[in-house]
Design a protein around this ligand. Structure first.
Ligand code: IDP
Ligand code: MG
Length: 154
């Protein structure tokens, strides 16, 4: 089963939208297997956003992502990476369609509430950055037989 790394960014936590965002993930049928609150350090920001460190907007992005607590989650489900990217919508909330998280809750390209890994490979790396293996919880979900068919649950 695929896993993806999600962050509720500082704007989502400050705006008290964490519960709403978590509900959307749960309602979709994704299984939460890791969850914690932390403050992103400058070092962690540079590691997480390595592809953006040399871009002109990076100083503002660093200031934003280190400005307050984030909530990091690992969600599991069929095609979890693509499913979460689809739920979030495109980067800029002003352009994201209604129905997506960024489209429903924001108008900013920076303060866009949520991060989701953009590939299975990135997800593996990002999960390793935010969680120690023992922090990920294996459990049987009693709803699993109602979320997808047996041949989809791999
Ligand atoms: P993504 O989160 O949709 O994958 P990326 O292009 O990977 O978007 O950018 C990472 C994060 O950096 C965005 O989610 C957003 O918070 C911020 N960001 C992206 N582009 C800009 C920009 O042009 N100005 C300011 N912040 C930006
Ligand atoms: Mg990205």
């Amino acid at each position: 089963m695929e896993r993806t790394l999600i962050l509720f960014k500082p704007d989502a936590v400050q705006r008290r939208l964490a519960g709403t965002l978590l509900s959307r993930l749960e309602n979709k049928g994704l299984k939460i297997v890791g969850l914690k609150m932390l403050k992103v350090s400058k070092e962690l920001s540079a590691k997480h956003y390595a592809e953006h460190v040399s871009k002109p907007f990076y100083p503002l992005l660093e200031a934003f992502i280190t400005s307050g607590p984030v909530i990091a989650l690992v969600a599991e489900g069929p095609s979890a990476v693509a499913v979460v990217r689809g739920m979030m919508g495109p980067t800029n909330g002003a352009q994201a369609a209604p129905g997506t998280i960024r489209g429903d809750f924001g108008v900013s390209r920076q303060m866009n509430l949520m991060h989701g890994s953009d590939s299975v490979e990135a997800a593996k790396k990002e999960i390793d950055v935010y969680f120690r293996p023992e922090e990920l919880v294996s459990y049987d979900s009693s709803l699993k037989d109602w979320v997808c068919a047996a041949d989809e649950a791999k």
